[in-house]
Design a protein around this ligand. Structure first.
Ligand code: CP
Length: 307
C-alpha cells in the first residue's frame, strides 16, 4: 500500500487505508492507556489555523504531545504580519515547512489545503477548509465512531440532519460512506440547506442509495445513525421566524429519542447550538462526546502514519 503523504480530502482514503487507520487508532488507545509514548520526541507539528477551532486544534495538539512530539501553534495565522502584508498561502507554507515535520492547516478558503500540499516539503493535514469544503479528519473520526459503536458500516442507514449545504463534515463523511456496500443515506433538511449536487453526483456514480427529505419524523425509526449538524442563525439573515421554525423542526429531544431504534446512535461534530436537548446527553445512544475522544485516537494514528 502506498504511504500516506498528505490528508487533504476524504475521497483519497481507500478501504485498505481505512482499515489500517482504524487498526492503528485501536493501538493508539492502548498507548494512551499507558500514558502515551516518547517515540516522536524529535518531531514538531505546526498547527496553522486561520480560523477558530477548539476540538480539532486541541485534539491534534494533544495527539502530538501523547506521541512525545512538540507543537508550534497559532489560531490567528490571518494576523501574521506577513499575511497582513500580502504573503500568499503558498509562501507561508514554504516557510513554515522549514520549521516542522507536519502542518495541520485550517483555512477559510475551499481548496487551501490542496494548494498547501502542492508546495509543502512536509505532510499537510486539512483541518477544515472553508464553508462547503471538507473536514476529512472529522469524517474519519466519525466513521471510526460508527464502526466502534455499531460494529458495521456496510448496510448502514444514516440520516444527516441540519445545514447540509455548507456542512463540510457531512460532505466529507458522505464521500467516505460512498466506499461501502449497501449504505442508505437520508439527507434531511429544508430545500435551501440541502446537500449540494456535487455530493449527489458522487453518490450516484458510486451506486449509493440516497434520498432528499425534509421531515425527520418519516425516517427516525428506520435509521441506525442520526448525524446532526449546526444550523447557524446568520444563514437566515433577518428571517428569524424561519430560523426558529427550522430549529424546531429538527430538534432532537426525548420525544424523538423514544422513536429511535434501541441500537441506533446520535452523532454531532460539535459545537452544538440548539440542535440537541441536554436531556439527550445521558442516553447511551448519544455518542457525540465519545466522538471527540475517538478524534484524539484517529489523529494520533494519522500522525504516526504520516511521520
Ligand atoms: N468539530 C470541529 O471541527 O470543531 P472545532 O471547530 O472546534 O475544531
Amino acid at each position: 500500500m502506498p504511504k500516506l503523504q498528505h490528508v487533504i480530502e476524504a475521497q483519497q482514503f481507500t478501504l485498505p487505508l481505512l482499515h489500517e487507520l482504524f487498526q492503528t487508532a485501536d493501538q493508539m488507545e492502548k498507548i494512551l492507556e499507558r500514558g502515551g509514548t516518547l517515540d516522536y520526541q524529535n518531531k514538531i507539528m505546526a498547527s496553522l489555523f486561520y480560523a477558530p477551532s477548539t476540538r480539532t486544534r486541541f485534539s491534534f495538539e494533544s495527539a502530538m504531545f501523547r506521541l512525545g512530539g512538540k507543537v508550534i501553534s497559532t489560531e490567528q495565522a490571518h494576523l501574521f504580519s506577513s499575511v497582513i502584508g500580502g504573503e500568499t498561502l503558498e509562501d507561508t507554507i514554504r516557510v513554515v515547512s522549514n520549521f516542522c515535520d507536519v502542518i495541520v492547516l485550517r483555512h477559510t478558503e475551499v481548496g487551501a489545503a490542496k494548494r498547501a500540499s502542492l508546495v509543502a516539503s512536509v505532510p499537510v493535514i486539512n483541518a477544515g477548509d472553508g464553508k462547503g469544503g471538507q473536514h476529512p479528519t472529522q469524517a474519519l473520526l466519525d466513521l471510526y465512531t460508527i464502526y466502534k459503536e455499531l460494529g458495521y458500516i456496510d448496510g448502514l442507514k444514516i440520516a444527516f440532519v441540519g445545514d447540509l449545504e455548507q456542512g463540510r463534515t457531512v460532505r466529507s463523511l458522505a464521500y467516505l460512506l460512498g466506499k461501502f456496500e449497501r449504505v442508505m443515506i437520508y439527507f434531511i433538511a429544508p430545500d435551501f440547506l440541502q446537500i449540494r449536487e456535487d455530493i449527489q453526483d458522487y453518490l450516484t456514480r458510486h451506486n449509493v442509495w440516497f434520498t432528499l427529505e425534509s421531515d425527520l419524523n418519516k425516517v427516525v425509526s428506520e435509521v441506525d445513525v442520526i448525524y446532526v449538524t449546526r444550523i447557524e442563525k446568520e444563514r437566515f439573515g433577518d428571517k428569524v421566524e424561519i430560523y426558529d421554525e427550522t430549529v424546531r423542526n429538527y430538534f432532537i429531544d426525548g420525544k424523538l429519542l423514544s422513536k429511535m431504534k434501541p441500537k441506533s446512535i446520535i452523532m454531532h461534530p460539535l459545537p452544538r447550538l440548539n440542535e440537541i436537548s441536554p436531556e439527550v446527553d445521558d442516553d447511551p445512544r448519544a455518542v457525540y462526546f465519545k466522538q471527540t475522544k475517538n478524534g484524539l485516537l484517529i489523529r494520533m494514528a494519522l500522525l504516526t502514519m504520516l511521520l
